[in-house]
Write a protein that binds this ligand. Structure first.
Ligand code: HEC
Length: 148
C-alpha cells in the first residue's frame, strides 16, 4: 500500500513538473503579454536605460520600458534586472504587508483572472524568486526555467 502511494505521488509530481516545464514564452507568455502588457511595454517604448533617463516623464505618460520580445523580457527575470518581473507581478501573499507588486493589477480584470495569469507567469519562470542580482545565489538562478 505504502509503495503504491509512493508511486502515485511520484507520478503526480512528475505530471506537475511536466506541465510546468511545458510553459514557454512563445506558446504561453507572448499571447498573455500582448494582451495585458503590450500597451505600455511594446516595440516603440524605450530600452530600460533610456527609460531611466526620464523615469517620471515616461511614467506620467503611461509609457513603460520595452519588454515585448523574449530577449527583452528575460533581462527582467535573470540579469541584469534580476527578479524585477517577479517583484512587480507578485500578489503579495508572502509579504508581511500583503502588498502586491504594482504590475499585478494589469494581469486581469478580475481577481480570478489575475490569479490564473499569475500562475502562468510563475510556471514559466519556474523559480518565483524575488531577489536582486546582489542577493541571488547560483543555485537559485539555476532553477529559473523561463523557456523560449
Ligand atoms: C498602463 C501601462 C502599463 C501596463 C498595462 C503594464 N505596465 Fe509595467 N510598467 C509601466 C510603467 C509606466 C512602468 C515604470 C514605472 C514603474 O516602475 O512603476 C512599468 C514597470 C514595469 C516593470 C519594472 C521594470 C524595472 O525596471 O524594474 C515590470 C517588470 C513591468 N512593468 C511588467 C509589466 C507586465 C508583465 C505587465 C503586464 C501584466 C505590465 N507591466 C503592464 C506601465 C504599464
Amino acid at each position: 500500500m505504502k509503495k503504491l502511494i509512493t508511486i502515485v505521488v511520484m507520478a503526480l509530481v512528475a505530471a506537475t513538473q511536466a506541465q510546468a516545464a511545458d510553459v514557454t514564452w512563445t506558446k504561453d507568455i507572448k499571447p498573455l503579454f500582448d494582451k495585458q502588457c503590450l500597451a505600455c511595454h511594446g516595440a516603440t517604448t524605450p530600452e530600460h536605460d533610456e527609460f531611466g533617463k526620464d523615469k517620471k516623464g515616461y511614467t506620467d505618460k503611461g509609457i513603460g520600458m520595452r519588454m515585448d520580445t523574449y530577449s527583452h523580457l528575460i533581462t527582467y527575470v535573470g540579469w541584469p534586472f534580476t527578479g524585477a518581473l517577479m517583484r512587480r507581478l507578485d500578489d503579495g501573499t508572502f509579504r508581511t504587508d500583503q502588498k502586491p507588486g504594482n504590475m499585478y493589477q494589469y494581469l486581469g480584470g478580475t481577481e480570478a483572472e489575475r490569479q490564473a495569469n499569475l500562475g502562468i507567469f510563475k510556471n514559466w519562470v519556474g523559480n518565483w524568486n524575488q531577489k536582486r542580482w546582489k542577493d541571488i545565489s547560483k543555485e537559485e538562478l539555476n532553477s529559473i526555467k523561463a523557456k523560449y
